[in-house]
Design a protein around this ligand. Structure first.
Ligand code: A8S
Length: 175
């Protein structure tokens, strides 16, 4: 079934691009209620709850989970980077929209920003839509840059699905 993006978030997921930027939108259907998925996604301080490459995270500026706070994310060894500094840009609990940007780090991602929106899809199912925009990396084409980021974001979304479905299963058993 084709998922229809609600008009309220249409512009979030259809960014206007500069000539050196590339973008991609990824969808993930999750068999868990939006409240459970949102609890994971909106916890800016704890991305390791569902991002498999994140080893640890701490807030380094501002108040945790307040818009404009900064986190330092340390990632697993074997990746082309060891850490990333990221800013919480959007946290809309009513519409379940989450946005962050990458502001620095020892990686080659330049000007990265991402927006996720969550959509209850009936029957305790949630559709997650994530759109990111990034500058084409130096010495790489847009396609190469997006292929690299797509791989990471797809894995994050798949893990989010698994963790949320696990939590939803546990929530069921308690009632
Ligand atoms: C996210 C998205 C991305 C994270 C990338 C693209 C990253 O954490 C990893 C490898 C890198 O080379 C860059 O939602 C960086 O987290 C896994 C360290 C930023």
């Amino acid at each position: 079934m084709v998922f229809q993006l609600p008009p309220t978030v249409s512009s979030d997921h259809n960014p206007v691009l500069q000539p050196n930027e590339c973008s991609s939108t990824l969808f993930q259907t999750i068999a868990a209620p939006a409240s459970i998925v949102w609890a994971l996604v909106s916890d800016f301080e704890n991305p390791q709850r569902y991002k498999p490459f994140v080893r640890s995270c701490r807030i380094i500026d501002g108040q945790a989970n307040q818009v404009r706070c900064l986190r330092r994310v340390d990632v697993a060894s074997g990746l082309p980077a060891s850490y990333s500094i990221e800013r919480l840009e959007i946290l809309d609990h009513d519409q379940r929209i989450f946005g962050f940007s990458i502001v620095s780090g020892d990686h080659r991602l330049s000007n990265y920003r991402s927006i996720m929106s969550l959509h209850p899809n009936g029957g305790d199912e949630t559709v997650v839509v994530e759109t990111y925009v990034i500058d084409a990396a130096e010495a790489n084409t847009k396609e190469e840059t997006c292929a690299f980021v797509d791989t990471i974001v797809k894995l994050n979304l798949r893990t989010l699905s698994r963790v949320a479905e696990d939590l939803a299963g546990k929530a069921q058993q308690q009632v």
